[in-house]
Design a protein around this ligand. Structure first.
Ligand code: EPU
Length: 423
């Protein structure tokens, strides 16, 4: 097991290239299974979750080649014979559950393990299952597995997601494009990852109306072809580095390879902290203010504030004088970072789904533990402005979703070293 040793405080100066998006790539990989010929996806990041999903897909008999140096993934679904996603792999990554929609849609049968809980709460999949039933599929639960059957074309019908769900929208779209006469999905997620998936499915031959809106109408086509897809830039990595660049008053950073259209309202919210940003089509320049403004945020569905940046924002607010409030309306328990950032000297108090932060507190290096992907990166952000040495343990969480994190940050002036946790 690895850990990071971070020496701070260090300002960040220079250029950071943004990687391809993990959360956009995963549904595209599931979509590739629906094609009748190979699909090639470019700009795919080298991340643990991508390797896990490659293995999930391989279990079915699909041929997957990942050219890691060039970020090119080729998925050839010609020989699928095994319509199952086993617990050993699904438990490692919830997005493996996309195999349910993909396999059921293409073959009319699927056996996919239920994903189980996660570090900050239960994260249900009831909407995925209810939506498939509403579409006309027979869905049973047996020994921890979902068994789906839809041997013929399903009627489809109408289903409303309440609340809106990224994962359920993806699963239902994957199931419907080849197997539902007409399926109307209301309150569908409009996150860029969903929009990209729908656009590329249309390119493969799918009939989806309303792409980019919260009402999707899908009519089955008889086949889909493989295509070449460029994966989006990671909008959460972008937001994370924007926050990192605002936390030290001497930092000045340019992010390149950004999809600025995918950031929703985030840049406007970010400017309220007093940070100067200039944006072109694919780059963002960030200049930290001498003093951050304390700024409240509340997470929301896209284009609102992403829950995946909530922990990083709260950590930044430890460096802003005054009181700020961070509310998570998507995941009410997503505050596992709080006790760890507090170990570094932050003044945070969680009540219900709100984190109240009192700033500005000097942070001081200590040993802290990663609990999930976004909580872990917050500890790295805190460590880079903390006085002295911060050890971030269990960084395997970070390797799930941040490509070359320490190399990218070291290049712009951070002092981060990866080492064996036993050291
Ligand atoms: N929900 C239900 N029932 C369901 C599904 C979801 O009640 O069947 C609820 C959830 O409990 C939550 C809300 O709906 O309150 C939204 O959850 P959603 O389904 O949208 O989340 P997800 O698809 O499981 C994806 C990302 C998460 C990100 C959320 C929200 C991937 C692989 N995961 O999860 O990303 O936080 O959308 O934007 O795309 C991360 O990258 O760190 C991460 C956790």
């Amino acid at each position: 097991m690895d850990k990071f040793i971070i020496e701070g405080p260090t300002p960040l100066k220079g250029t950071i290239p943004i990687s391809g998006s993990k959360n956009a790539a995963l549904p595209l990989m599931a979509a590739a299974i629906l094609g009748n010929s190979p699909t090639t996806i470019t700009n795919v990041p080298k991340l643990r979750d991508i390797y896990t999903f490659n293995n999930v897909i391989r279990v079915t008999g699909t041929h997957v080649i990942f050219n890691e140096d060039d970020g090119i993934l080729t998925i050839d679904p010609a020989n699928i014979a095994h319509l199952e996603a086993p617990y050993e792999l699904v438990r490692k990554m919830r997005a493996s559950f996309y195999m349910l929609g993909a396999l059921l849609g293409k073959f009319g049968r699927a056996k996919v393990s239920l994903p189980g809980g996660c570090a900050w709460g239960p994260r249900p999949v009831d909407l995925h299952l209810e939506g498939l039933r509403a579409m006309g599929a027979d869905i049973k639960l047996e020994e921890g597995y979902v068994i789906g059957n839809a041997p013929d074309i399903m009627d489809g019908g109408t289903f409303t997601l309440e609340p809106s769900s990224v994962g359920a929208t993806i699963n239902l779209v994957l199931a419907a494009v080849l197997r539902a006469k007409e399926f109307i999905l209301k309150n569908a997620a409009k996150e860029p990852d969903v929009v990209l998936l729908c656009k590329r499915l249309v390119e493969m031959g799918a009939d989806i109306e309303g792409v980019g809106t919260d009402r999707l109408t899908i009519r089955a086509v008889d086949h889909l072809d493989g295509v070449e897809i460029r994966n989006a830039a990671d909008r959460i990595e972008t937001g994370t580095f924007m926050i990192a660049s605002a936390m030290h008053p001497q930092s000045e950073v340019t992010l390149t390879g950004v999809d600025t259209d995918d950031l929703g309202h985030f840049p406007d919210t970010f400017k309220r902290t007093g940070t100067e940003i200039t944006m072109d089509a694919d780059r963002i320049h960030i200049k930290a203010p001498s003093e951050l403004n304390s700024t409240n945020i509340s997470t929301d569905v896209y284009p609102g504030f992403p829950t995946d940046l909530q922990a990083q924002w709260a950590t930044m607010m430890t460096q802003a004088p005054g009181r700020s409030k961070v509310t998570d309306t998507i995941y009410h328990d997503r505050f596992s970072y709080v006790p760890e950032v507090t170990r570094l000297g932050a003044d945070m108090d969680v009540k219900e789904n709100k984190d109240y932060i009192e700033g500005k507190t000097p942070l001081k290096g200590a040993s802290v533990m990663s609990t999930d992907l976004r909580a872990s990166v917050s500890l790295v952000l805190a460590g880079m402005v903390a006085e002295g040495e911060t050890d971030v343990l269990r960084i395997y969480h970070l390797d799930r979703g941040y490509e070359d994190l320490e190399q990218k940050l070291t290049k712009v002036g951070a002092q981060i070293r990866r080492t064996d946790q036993k050291e």
